[in-house]
Design a protein around this ligand. Structure first.
Ligand code: ADP
Ligand code: MG
Length: 261
């Protein structure tokens, strides 16, 4: 397809140099509260290594909080989170974040750094790589997300879709075992959404495990290995996309889908 700059976008999976090894994810009876307000109530889900889980549900249902718990930006009050069978709740949060990448709706790029600078900085700070090696890896990752010609641009000189690709390249550069995406296309102009979704669909073939919070029902239907529907802090239904979209069991999911589609 064509991206927003009119250049041809790679719709293939990202190159083999970025072949990643995903971890199996196991979330067990997770509770999370802000003060007295229970945001997550016994959330459990399992994702096999290398699969894509799409999380859908109304605003305020706890989707972002779940992702924040998965990379220890928020600490659950009960339950467990396991990567390849091992609890991550007792590992140091900074060490965990080397294994778990996250991409946000608002990109969260450093405005004073170029595209390549943003990726390089992550490699140097998080992995302690020397400048030359960080630069080489940053160039590779940016090329893979279709930004070979935009490496020296600052965020303000990039479209939203391009900024989001920089954020994705930055997370990918750290070779995460688990990557979390929180409504990463929600802030994009409609014409930029498809390119980023195609990129993410390609990443699904890289071997890493992905948890994707999204309002893009067609994306979830097309690329998810499983879809998890949350409401009021609980997992109401989970299953393969054919079941969730084709044969929703609960009234709440039926109502949600009828409002979304
Ligand atoms: P979603 O991503 O599904 O829209 P969130 O996880 O952002 O839901 O929020 C779930 C609930 O937790 C909402 O009711 C929200 O208002 C509340 N919430 C989120 N963050 C905070 C916070 N830092 N302090 C207090 N309440 C919060
Ligand atoms: Mg949210």
């Amino acid at each position: 397809g064509l991206d927003e700059a009119g250049t041809v976008m790679p719709e293939r999976a990202i190159s083999p140099s970025a072949k990643l090894k995903g971890a199996a994810l196991d979330v067990v009876a997770l509770d999370m509260a802000y003060g007295d307000f229970k945001v997550l109530r016994g959330v459990s889900l399992k994702a096999e290594a290398g699969t894509i889980t799409c999380v859908i549900g109304p605003s305020g249902s706890g989707k972002s909080t779940l992702l924040r718990c998965l990379n220890r930006l928020a600490e659950p009050v009960a339950g467990d989170i396991r990567l390849d069978g091992k609890s991550i709740l007792r590992t140091r949060a900074d060490l965990l974040r080397r294994r778990v990448g996250m991409v946000f709706q608002q990109f969260n790029l450093f405005p004073d750094h170029t595209a390549i600078g943003n990726v390089q900085l992550a490699l140097r700070k998080v992995q302690g790589l020397p400048a030359a090696e960080a630069k080489r890896i940053a160039e590779e990752r940016l090329a893979e997300v279709g930004l070979a010609g935009r490496m020296s641009h600052r965020p303000i000189d990039l479209s939203g879709g391009q900024q989001q690709r920089v954020a994705i390249a930055r997370a990918l550069a750290l070779k995460p075992e688990l990557m979390l995406f929180d409504e990463v296309t929600s802030a994009l102009d409609p014409e930029l959404v498809k390119g980023v979704l195609n990129l993410m669909a390609g990443l699904g073939k890289s071997g890493m495990t992905m948890v994707v919070v999204t309002h893009e029902m067609n994306f979830a239907r097309r690329v998810a290995d499983q879809v998890v529907f949350m409401d009021e802090g609980k997992v109401v239904e989970a299953g393969p996309p054919e079941a969730i979209f084709g044969n929703p069991q609960s009234l709440r999911l039926q109502r949600f889908l009828s409002e979304m589609l």
